[in-house]
Design a protein around this ligand. Structure first.
Ligand code: PEP
Length: 251
């Protein structure tokens, strides 16, 4: 089964009104292939979401970087899937390693966010990844499989078509140290096998698993040639014109 490539740009907590406008201009003028060839999402900070949505070419999907697991109510500082939806947002990244490590989000909370976002109709991008010490100790799958289990427990069979799994080794995020194509392939193959065994063969064949961690215009071609790498979640390079090169390299 062929899976449509997917590339996401996670702008994190970066940008000013001026730099966001400059980035939108660059993307609007870029010659990235159309939606039939590749799904491309950009995830600005919440405060810029509606501005980006109203000014970016609709060829790009605008995503939130997080949502809450509660809905509307007395949850100061958070954003519910319902209000994101009301603002026209259709996609949300959940459980990025910075949410897990800096904001101490647990697998349980991440699972609850996934369940609510899917219930509200979102496409979701759950992120998983191991730390360097865990990989060096040969424990990568011991970390990833429980993370996958917490995700899968919150996805109904009919919702899997709205899920893109982002495998992001924590040691590769923002470090300039990219996983080798073989490391990405081997790990993502293992994840697909886990899904085949624990969800279904059909979902394992169709679900997109993307790699994230120091992806750039120079390394993306070789990474994307791996059979189980269906695309990328990109941090630093998504703030630069090179993001379009990454999309062109895989589409
Ligand atoms: C990320 O934040 O998801 C990421 C992969 O960052 P970078 O591309 O900068 O490593």
């Amino acid at each position: 089964m062929s899976r449509k490539p997917w590339v996401g740009g996670n702008w994190k907590c970066n940008g000013t009104k001026a730099s966001v406008d400059a980035l939108i201009k660059t993307l609007n003028e870029s010659d990235v292939p159309d939606k039939t060839k590749c799904d491309v999402i950009v995830a600005p900070s919440h405060i810029f979401l509606t501005h980006v949505l109203s000014t970016i070419n609709p060829r790009f999907v605008v995503s939130a970087q997080d949502c809450n697991q509660f809905g509307n109510g007395a949850y100061t500082g958070s954003h519910s899937p319902q209000m994101l939806k009301d603002c026209g947002i259709t996609t949300v990244i959940i459980g990025h390693s910075e949410r897990r490590d800096v904001f101490r989000e647990t697998d349980e909370e991440i699972g609850q966010k996934i369940a609510l976002a899917l219930k509200e109709g979102f496409d979701v991008v759950p992120c998983i990844g191991e730390h360097l010490a865990e990989r060096q100790a040969g424990k990568t799958n011991d970390v990833l499989f429980p993370q996958m289990k917490a995700i899968a427990a919150n996805v109904k069979p009919e919702e899997w078509s709205r899920v893109v799994i982002a495998y992001e080794p924590v040691w590769a995020i923002g470090t300039g140290v990219v996983a080798t194509p073989q490391q990405a392939q081997d790990t993502q193959k293992d994840l697909r096998e886990w899904i085949a065994k624990n969800v279904s063969e059909e979902v394992a064949k169709s679900v997109r698993i993307v790699y994230g961690g120091s992806v750039n215009g120079a390394n993306s071609s070789e990474l994307s040639s791996q059979p189980d790498v269906d695309g990328f979640l990109v941090g630093g390079a998504s703030l630069k014109p090179e993001f379009a090169t990454i999309v062109k390299n895989i589409a």
